[in-house]
Write a protein that binds this ligand. Structure first.
Ligand SMILES: Nc1nc2c(c(=O)[nH]1)N[C@H]1C(S)=C(S)[C@@H](COP(=O)(O)OP(=O)(O)OC[C@H]3O[C@@H](n4cnc5c(=O)[nH]c(N)nc54)[C@H](O)[C@@H]3O)O[C@H]1N2
Ligand SMILES: Nc1nc2c(c(=O)[nH]1)N[C@H]1C(S)=C(S)[C@@H](COP(=O)(O)OP(=O)(O)OC[C@H]3O[C@@H](n4cnc5c(=O)[nH]c(N)nc54)[C@H](O)[C@@H]3O)O[C@H]1N2
Ligand SMILES: [Mo]
Length: 689
């Protein structure tokens, strides 16, 4: 969403810089922006469709590639059943308006329930909490960072990530500004992260124990008589009943498990409540762990019980110009279960931790073919080695991707879309999670040519051809070809809240304002923001609170035998699994190390730079140790997305700096049971030399 200025000559990119005139990002860019040029130029990037013949890749025409794909998908569905074709959708889809808006026509045409995505290694808990409380999976409030007086960050590192479900340029400056105006930023993280380094206060927390901290924060709020939901009681009359659920979780009880003192917890609650406005925000570290959904729920309750939801400086709902929420699925919960482990579906997707077993377990409904769209689950989802084996046994794989990554190397057909600068860009998803209302449309930098396809064109062609092959009427697709995703965005803009009056928004208006348009700071939006039938906030104690039983079992009834707890990390110069082919971003493998505390290192006689073995229930990796007191004792941090040493990939630079995959250690059998989300933080491991 940061505005960029791209200078071109013919079909070459000369430079990419931050757009100072963009009202939202005001010139800010992170290293990823400049990498768009490298991506465009990358000789390893696939520019033409290919099919694999006797293990060798052959370039083919679009027509042949698309036909070959649907013939195989159709054949397999005929031979077995519709569910025999599975699908995995990766993260870059969320940044691609065409894929978001038109991809679903293909998923629907596929008629398979075996759909998986990166959501269940990421933000699934947020969707469930928002679906239950506010009635829509994507009605997720964000921190009003420019006005808050007190900001608690639990398990997020925006200085590396640029904020997540909180689109926020210049985050460092904004966090410093909070402190300059007398406010406070508190980071709770098993690592003293880059964000923690510039904040007012940092507390180490034992990985996975956030749920106890949050229960104790709520307990303290009531015991100190600080609960003050203010006008939120109007929307959630039962809010104060939270007290009875948290009664036993005193700060004294949890202190030892969490790694903070009872006084620290009471003080945090006191300060948060006293602040004129405050926001408690939890991200990857809080979501992708054993109690991720309960964490996000308790975080929201804490914000509400202190009156900080929908309040200036608290957690607020962004009001985007092109609001897709009323036109998209609110998120069905528990409609259907996966075949083998009976895991719940959410919004038509099963948890990706179940993908390998659905491929490997014989029987009716077994997955025999996969469609991979913009993802690399072998490196990004739990127990990657098992998934790698599973992919090896599939009858047919097609990838919509421009790289041969660790997963797409299993493909029989590659359908490569154009890169980001070659297609129109509108941030349909991330405008909705931005800390300020704004809007921007960026037309493609380069014109399309006959031999190129965007993601949406690929998906629409596949859907249309598949229906035709089945003998069904495929006429409706013509309407979509004519409409195009930009047409849909125009409809959203011209029917949205800034359609008339001062802004008069449409695609045409935005073309006249290439730097984007500021639409003002976040504004209170209750009850309009609610999608629930009675326009109330539905607390659903019955759904969330029973999970507290599992908390008690886990922490108080089971032995805690973990020698080390494994967590992940991100670096400003990486982007999940696919930035490592960039020479600008990755100079060597020092980004992929196991960070451990000096006390642990000396106990195990490990020196910096030495190779160590890390072992979990599912696998073992060998990785260079990096000793740092920024990490909590008893914790080891390994970033994800590495392990580029498999045969058949095609990203030369990444292969030379392969690193190892942390997801060869993460366990597909351990889940946040409420959601089915993977547990990538707080994984028990042992370390040896
Ligand atoms: N241990 C551990 N594992 C994690 C995480 C963690 O913190 N710890 N984080 C998780 C999170 S939050 C996420 S989101 C996932 C990400 O996991 P995935 O979505 O599975 O993986 P990515 O690396 O984002 O996938 C990138 C692929 O998309 C392709 N691609 C890029 N742009 C486009 C495009 O415009 N169109 C198409 N068709 N393809 C494109 C790239 O070429 C690349 O092959 O990883 C998760 N895995
Ligand atoms: N440069 C860069 N930017 C990115 C990405 C990238 O790969 N690189 N990925 C993008 C994606 S897909 C996402 S989802 C976002 C994620 O954005 P963030 O959520 O900000 O992601 P992380 O940097 O993974 O931060 C997670 C933090 O949680 C901490 N943590 C781990 N376990 C626990 C725990 O049990 N409790 C607590 N309290 N903290 C814990 C970690 O130490 C880490 O500091 O970033 C996005 N931005
Ligand atoms: Mo993510």
């Amino acid at each position: 969403m940061c505005g960029i200025q791209v200078t071109t000559e013919g079909d070459q990119i000369l430079s990419i810089a931050g757009d100072k005139q963009n009202p939202f990002s005001q010139g800010h860019v992170c290293p990823k922006a400049a990498t768009l040029k490298e991506l465009y130029d990358d000789q390893d990037r696939i520019r033409q469709p290919m099919k694999k013949v006797a293990g060798q890749w052959q370039p083919i025409s679009w027509q042949e590639a698309l036909d070959l794909t649907v013939e195989n998908l159709h054949r397999i569905q005929q031979q077995y059943e519709n569910n025999a074709v599975g699908m995995y959708l990766g993260n870059p889809n969320a940044h691609n308006a065409g894929a978001i808006l038109f991809g679903p026509y293909f998923y629907k045409a596929l008629r398979s329930f075996n759909r998986f995505s990166a959501t269940s290694v990421d933000q699934l808990p947020h969707h469930i909490v928002s679906r239950k409380l506010f009635g829509h999976q994507n009605q997720i409030p964000v921190t009003d960072i420019d006005h808050t007086d007190y900001f608690i960050i639990i398990g997020g590192n925006p200085l590396a990530s640029n904020g997540s479900i909180m689109t926020v340029p210049y985050v460092k400056k904004r966090l410093q500004t909070i402190q300059k105006r007398g406010g406070k930023v508190v980071v709770i993280d098993p690592k003293k992260s880059e964000t923690a380094d510039i904040c007012s206060e940092h507390h180490f927390i034992k990985p996975g124990s956030d749920v106890l901290l949050l229960l104790a924060m709520l307990n303290s709020l009531f015991s100190q008589k600080l609960a003050n939901p203010d006008r939120l009681l109007e929307f959630a009359p039962m809010l104060l009943d939270v007290e009875q659920y948290v009664e036993e979780f005193t700060p004294d009880l949890v202190a030892k498990h969490v790694g903070m003192t009872a006084e620290q917890i009471h003080q945090l609650v006191k300060e948060f409540s006293a602040a004129k406005s405050a926001s408690c925000y939890g991200r990857m570290g809080a979501s992708v762990q054993r109690f991720g959904t309960l964490n996000q729920y308790l975080i929201m309750l804490f914000n509400m019980l202190t009156g900080n939801l929908d309040r200036r400086g608290g957690m607020m709902f962004t009001q985007p110009a092109a609001d897709y929420l009323p036109h998209s699925g609110r998120g069905s919960i528990g409609k259907g279960h996966s075949r083998v482990r009976k895991l719940p579906a959410f919004a038509g997707e099963y948890p990706v931790s179940a993908l390998a077993e659905e491929i490997l377990t014989p029987g009716e409904g077994q997955i025999k073919a996969m469609v991979i769209g913009a993802g690399n689950p072998i490196l990004t989802t739990p127990n990657g080695q098992q998934l790698d084996k599973a992919f090896g046994g599939l009858e047919f794989v097609v990838a919509v991707d421009f790289y041969l990554n660790e997963t797409t190397r299993h493909a029989d057909v590659i359908l490569p879309p154009v890169t980001a600068l070659e297609r129109d860009h509108f941030d349909i998803v991330f405008h909705k999670f931005a800390v300020r209302n704004s809007v921007k449309f960026s037309p493609a930098v380069f014109p399309m040519s006959e031999d190129k396809r965007t993601d949406w064109q690929i998906y629409l062609s596949l859907a249309q051809k598949l229906e035709k092959l089945r003998g069904n009427d495929s006429q409706m697709y013509q309407t979509l070809w004519d409409k195009t995703p930009v047409g849909v965005i125009d409809d959203l803009l011209t029917s949205g809240r800034y359609a008339n009056g001062e802004y008069n928004l449409s695609i045409n208006t935005l073309l006249e304002h290439p730097h984007g348009i500021d639409l003002g700071s976040l504004q209170p939006d209750l009850p309009e923001a609610l999608f629930t039938s009675g326009k109330t906030i539905e607390l659903h104690f019955d759904y969330f609170m029973p999970d507290i039983k599992r908390v008690k079992q886990h922490f108080f009834e089971q032995p805690q035998d973990d020698e080390f707890l494994l967590i992940g990390r991100r670096h400003i110069k990486t982007n999940n699994s696919w930035s490592h082919n960039s020479r600008r971003m990755v100079k060597d493998t020092r980004l992929c190390t196991a960070q451990i505390h000096p006390d642990d290192a000396s106990r195990l006689a490990i020196s910096s730079g030495q190779k160590v073995k890390i072992q979990s229930r599912v696998g073992r990796i060998e990785i260079e140790a990096q000793i740092t007191d920024k990490i909590m004792p008893g914790v080891v941090s390994v970033p994800h997305g590495w392990g580029h040493d498999k045969d058949g990939t095609q990203w030369q630079h990444a292969e030379q700096n392969a690193g190892v995959s942390v997801n060869d250690l993460t366990d597909e059998m351990v889940l946040d049971e409420l959601s089915g989300n993977a547990v990538l933080n707080g994984v028990p491991v042992s370390i040896s030399v």
